[in-house]
Design a protein around this ligand. Sequence first.
Ligand SMILES: [Zn+2]
Length: 148
Amino acid sequence: MNKNLLIVTLISLLIILIPSLLISLGLYFLLGHFLQYLLISMGTIFIIGQLSNQYFQRRIELDIQNFQARIEELKSEQSVEATCAYCKTRMMVPIKLSQRITHACPDCKQVNLIVFQFTTAQISTPLDLPQLGTPITAILNDSNPQGM
Ligand SMILES: [Zn+2]
């Protein structure tokens, strides 16, 4: 038997036994029947322990899933697609604008310096396109209201 498993098992038995003994001793002095109360309190504490273990295990799994999803989200927000300056392989490079960025090419293993070039563009107004699924006759009638 694994040493850690043995320690955990012994601690679990103590966590179940000590409160069970105290509860059943108290009930024995009040009502008698020590063994029955001992078994009932041990079973109750065991079931409560199992339920709380399942609850916390599920909660930890959800936290891990949320954490991994957040990491993926951050990765996708902070990376750019670049072309290797040596072998022209396309690669995703994680970026931080606050520091000098170098990235080793996954293909040729050469280290690239990532350089940004910013420019400006005009903002255009989107066209007023008809909704998808609009019948063609309705579109034609709208654009030609005099019926010509
Ligand atoms: Zn390369």
